[in-house]
Design a binder for this molecule. Sequence first.
Ligand code: C2O
Ligand code: CU
Ligand code: CU
Length: 471
Amino acid sequence: MDPEDPRARVAYHRIVMRETEVCVHRDLPPVRMWSYGGSVPGPTLETRSGRGLLVEWVNELPARHFLPIDPGLCGKGPPPPEVRAAVHVHGARVRPESDGNPDDWFVPGNARISHYPNRQDAALLWYHDHAMGISRLNQYAGLFGLFVIRDDEEDALDLPRGPHEVPLVICDRLFTAEGQLRYPVSSMPDAPWVPEVYGDALLVNGTLYPYLDVEPRRYRLRVLNASNARFYYLSLAGGRRFHQIGTDQGLLPAPVEVDSVTLAPAERADLIVDFSAAAGQRVVLKSQALELMEFRVGPGRGVGAAPLPARLRPIAAIPPAAAVKTRRLTLNQYQDPKTHMMLMLLNGTRWRDPVTETPELDSVEIWELVNVTEDTHPIHLHLVRFQVLDRQGFDVDELLASGTLSLHGQRVPPSPAEAGWKDTVRADAGLVTRIVIRFEGYLGRYAWHCHVLEHEANEMMRPFQVVAARG
Ligand code: C2O
Ligand code: CU
Ligand code: CU
């Protein structure tokens, strides 16, 4: 998307949320969706590190939702209006007023201006709806898009660019027999929330099973998992290997050769795929047995590329000893004894409970994510980037019975492909996942949560408050 006035010192964009009809496949009728700017995904915003930009987010959505809202998900008090929106740029370091806090929603007929300073490294960020109790439906309806930050350091590397750099936004959906979006419901009419949604139709950049004509050469694929709950285990058919060069928050120290990449909801991977030995062939991108898309490699002799740069960007490890605080935070599942409703919690607390995580600005903390559930939860913190230290087993039954945490087994460091700057980390079942975070940026209230959107809605989301240093 081009700014409104290309000569302005601070780029200004106006993006209108509205209902639209999207062609997801030539054999299907148009699909009713909600969009940023008329397309799904929304327009890609592109900027440079240190170059601020303003976005006016305008809510022109209809007054009624077309997906099954659950009025019980917003805590006590009068029910909020049915249609509401908050826009968050995932991975952006911004002031709290511009962060799209779940409680900062606004209704149709209103707009918000957010300022993104972009004082951060080149990375693939994305924007999406974040309105309390409803963002899983708003995102499912189509409210997401890409936000790319570039910088000189990345430009200096000889990476594929222009038509050879391709963003791939992956999501899954369910469709009705009429070819319209379907979001499943529980068996309880006044509590339609379901714990996870998995679609059997996979879309890449808003299209069902697309193909892309490519040249027999190297490509840079920038992949985002924009699904509500589905994890992807990306590989190329035929066991073809490729390289991962970046994670959520930018480039890795060096390329890592891989044959598959795991992406939980909201995670990103920056990949280099070399089609030069595949002239005239079709290469399928899959997730386990599911096919996502096809690359149709053109004829001709492969363009022999220079080797990939051996070094991409140095990443200074945050020493665990620099941490002034270690927080032990459980991920639990909980059944309400009265209603028998299942819900998921962070540290046994809910979104509206008082803030308990109050890191000091610029301080370093270790967060130990103790997962007592049977699922992996992708945990995301707003504002910050962090590093994964390790994962280790513990005795779940003992913790549940007595509250004692007995660790066992090895501390497993992250794989080289996960050893970059992250903003979302997979906290696996039955493990303690340790991350180290420097709380750089701004004072104020932010959110951290599970990025399985159904979990986030029911109540796997908590505030944290960055406070001034007391020392
Ligand atoms: Cu992707 Cu709280 O966000
Ligand atoms: Cu975020
Ligand atoms: Cu979760």
